[in-house]
Design a protein around this ligand. Structure first.
Ligand SMILES: [Zn+2]
Length: 260
């Protein structure tokens, strides 16, 4: 990266909080991550022990923070999060890590140095839509966040337990913000935890809307030109980050113990 590119990247992310120390940045990321699990729990994205959201450590860039295996999303606090290294070992915090979480997320974090976070769960509408093995259409303004910015991983071979499959998912995702894992569910990424989690929430709802609209009739699509313009507006990392802020405030107010 040249100095000019570095400056441009900084300018593009003017809205992000500034930190004096790496510890502050880590704490901020962990707070956003714990809040995200509470939101996933609140929205009913849980299916048994499936699902994981990860946040890259700001110092050890090949390590990530994740939910401890088997703990309800609705009970997760900052102090429950575990730090996993590049070999899948828990190096901080108590509890294990879901094998699938490591297999998928370690490959994603390695393939996409630009992303800080990745979110995946077996949410109902995402799972239903994933069985169709096709991309979402630009049916609504919100759906345009994914216009030409998501992919389908069209290769279901059972529970992901192998890093090699994680690599193939990362390959399918390429430089997009989301990938539909066929017969499985949704996966989203972002430059912040806030953004990755917002994309997940709005993608789940986008799947619900398309399923409902198609069940009711033949929806009108937003044309290519308008979808492209709208994608730049609602699909920008800033838009994703911004949309998460009221949700964060709401869940912290409702469940302040998540910060413990
Ligand atoms: Zn899964």
């Amino acid at each position: 990266m040249t100095d000019t590119q570095r400056e441009t990247a900084r300018d593009d992310r003017w809205y992000l909080p500034k930190y004096d120390t790496v510890e502050e940045e880590r704490q901020h990321r962990k707070q956003r991550l714990a809040a995200s699990f509470r939101l996933f729990g609140k929205f009913g994205f849980e299916e048994g022990v499936a699902g994981h959201i990860t946040a890259r450590d700001p110092e050890q860039l090949d390590h990530f923070w994740v939910n401890p295996f088997g703990m309800s999303f609705s009970h997760i606090s900052v102090s429950d999060l575990v730090l996993v290294n590049s070999r899948g070992e828990v190096v901080e915090g108590e509890g294990g890590v879901n094998t699938a979480a490591f297999a998928i997320h370690s490959a994603l974090h390695e393939a996409r140095p630009d992303i800080i976070a990745a979110a995946h769960s077996h949410s109902l509408y995402g799972k239903a839509w994933s069985s169709l093995g096709r991309l979402l259409d630009p049916l609504t303004q919100d759906a345009c966040a994914f216009y030409e910015d998501h992919a389908v991983f069209d290769d279901y071979t059972g529970v992901v337990l192998d890093v090699e499959e994680g690599k193939r998912i990362a390959h399918a995702l390429a430089d997009a913000k989301a990938v539909i894992l066929r017969n499985h569910g949704l996966l989203t990424v972002g430059q912040t935890v806030d953004e990755a989690v917002w994309w997940f929430i709005t993608m789940e709802r986008t799947c619900q809307v398309q399923l409902m609209a198609q069940a009711a009739g033949t929806p009108e699509l937003i044309d290519e030109e308008q979808a492209t313009i709208t994608a730049k507006q609602v699909g920008h990392p800033l838009a994703g980050w911004l949309s998460f802020q009221p949700l964060y405030d709401r869940i912290v107010k409702e469940q302040p113990d998540l910060l413990d």
